[in-house]
Design a protein around this ligand. Structure first.
Ligand code: NAD
Ligand code: ZN
Length: 343
């Protein structure tokens, strides 16, 4: 089968031919119908030395949906031919954290070598992928695979990040979204859907600001410290919630200037910026969190929103042969929404 692999450190990913896998006990073989490129893939490719537990060559792709083609011994909970989304942040499944669905925070995964598809385990940017357990599949019904696949990370991660701040997203409150890419363009919609808060979007590209406005942002401005006064004014003085989908030093610094007392700063982006937190560095009671991905429950809820037709998922589609063009566009920051690969 064809697969997109990071073959060697320091090189760009490549489309290669590898053997089609066979599901072992408890495993499921999915015929991939769509896989997403995430900016985290760019980060992994460019910083592979930071992941010494990954073995190369590694098939990329932690966003996947597909059709169950075959199951290994002992699997009875999935329907052959059924369409499913892959819940990627696999945990051990049995500890007190995993049984609440928060598998992305499983304390045993690292020690047991349990790694997400495309982030250690063979990923979804391929014709087929092995899913380790039926609980990591969420049925998507007749959702379009191209529109469904970004839900597994670009939808799930902002949903999880926003959920922690629900009590602060009251009438009169402001939420600032920094970075209107794959994750940010869905964050704007989720915020507008789950809360009455005003949404201010920031990006460095005018095209992304236009996208933000078209998706319901109340204001969209260029992200820059030089623009702080205008951003503060658009936010009504400051923000109750700031979600940074870039995580670079300039965005974390800007985000910190927008916080009100008892506000939430949520750093989702994996840029190399650092937030300095102490009693006097930000308004009293502000909470700074860097969450990872989302829970199994969150993915069911995001899929439900999509089934109800309430998410306008923007995608640019690439064939598997042309998958590297999607990676290059993502790298250049010119993708409208999510780059999706259809094998
Ligand atoms: P993307 O490339 O699709 O979007 C990034 C957006 O940020 C683009 O619109 C770009 O124009 C904008 N941008 C770049 N520099 C900016 C700046 N200085 N100010 C404002 N906007 C700026 O990326 P994505 O796939 O949506 O991922 C966003 C980030 O989230 C990445 O860093 C990714 O690695 C990270 N991520 C984290 C998690 C997690 O679990 N925490 C999960 C998925 C992705
Ligand atoms: Zn991702």
């Amino acid at each position: 089968m064809k697969a997109v692999q990071l073959v060697e450190a320091g090189q760009d990913p490549r489309v290669v031919e590898i053997p089609k896998p066979t599901p072992g006990p408890g495993e499921i073989l999915l015929k991939v119908t769509a896989a997403g490129w995430c900016h985290s893939d760019v980060f992994v490719v460019e910083n592979i030395a930071a992941f010494p537990h990954f073995t190369l060559p590694m098939t990329l792709g932690h966003e996947g949906v597909g059709i169950v083609e075959e199951v290994g011994p002992g699997v009875s909970d999935v329907e052959i031919g059924g369409a499913y989304a892959v819940y990627g942040p696999w945990g051990c499944g049995h500890c007190p954290v995993c049984v609440t669905g928060r598998e992305q925070y499983c304390p045993n995964a690292a020690a047991r070598g349990i790694m997400p598809p495309g982030l250690g385990s063979p990923g979804c940017l391929a014709e087929y992928v092995i899913v380790d357990n039926a609980r990591h599949l969420v049925p998507i019904g007749d959702l379009d695979p191209v529109k469904a696949v970004p839900l597994t990370d670009a939808g799930l991660t902002p949903y999880h990040a926003i959920k922690r701040s629900w009590p602060k997203l009251t009438p009169g409150a402001t939420a600032v979204v920094i970075g209107v890419g794959g994750l940010g363009h869905l964050a704007i919609q989720i915020l507008k859907m789950v809360s009455p808060a005003r949404v201010v979007a920031l990006d460095v590209s005018e095209e992304k600001l236009a996208l933000a406005r078209s998706l319901g942002a109340d204001a969209a401005l260029i992200s820059s410290m030089d623009n702080l006064d205008a951003i503060k004014e658009a936010a009504g003085g400051g923000a109750e919630v700031v979600i940074d989908f870039v995580g670079a030093q300039p965005t974390i610094d800007l985000a910190s200037k927008l916080l009100k007392p008892a506000s939430d700063l949520t750093i989702v982006g994996v840029g190399s910026g650092v937030a300095h937190v102490s009693l006097l560095t930000q308004p009293y009671g502000a909470s700074v969190l860097a969450p990872y991905w989302g829970t199994r429950e969150d993915l069911y809820e995001v899929v439900e929103l999509a089934k109800e037709g309430r998410l306008d998922v923007h995608t640019e589609v690439f064939s598997l042969d042309d998958a590297i063009s999607g990676y290059e566009k993502l790298h250049a920051g010119t993708v409208d929404g999510r780059a999706v690969v259809v094998p």
